[in-house]
Design a binder for this molecule. Sequence first.
Ligand code: CA
Length: 220
Amino acid sequence: MTNQTLNLSDELYRYLCSVSLREPEVLQKLRQETASQPMSQMQVAPEQGQLMALLVQLMGAKRTLEIGVFTGYSALAVALALPEDGQIIACDVSEEYTAIAQRYWQQAGVAHKIDLRLAPALDTLDQLLVDGYSGSFDFAFIDADKSNYDHYYERSLQLVRVGGLIAIDNVLWSGRVADAHTQDNRTRKIQALNQKIHQDSRVTPSLVPIADGLTLALKR
Ligand code: CA
């Protein structure tokens, strides 16, 4: 027994998945297709997709933001958990990867819930703010370029309602965030945001050590 978070061995991770994972077939197929892509490590882990789907259901979320789509796994996991009239505004710049995403969203019958905006995410988020969408989203998932993480967090804080949730991916960054002397720019950006959220009285945070680290920040 331990009260520290376990460092999962491969064996224990396989066990976790074997007794907990309920991955729909369409998500399994998307994961398999994405595994052949050069950037496949950008896809969220299946147990993380399942956690996000649970959170969205728990909150009764209807409107969500996805900042960084890649091949659409997390958006699909969330879309499957949203009600029929739910909506995701999904931001990405890659036509190539989101073409894969759209194919699977259609296969799963949830394409009508996902409004893909092919543009720099900051432009899309700023336009939503101009258009009066402040405080209108239940949930936001931040998983795009790390250099803009702080900007995505600040925009999401404005766009999410009080009691809404912001989830931020890769906050443990393969363990590199623990190096206080790193000169790597992306690592430093993630470190800075982690420290900021720790002190940020606008949210109630929890850093969940699932996959590459997922911060949950509840807007107060
Ligand atoms: Ca990620």
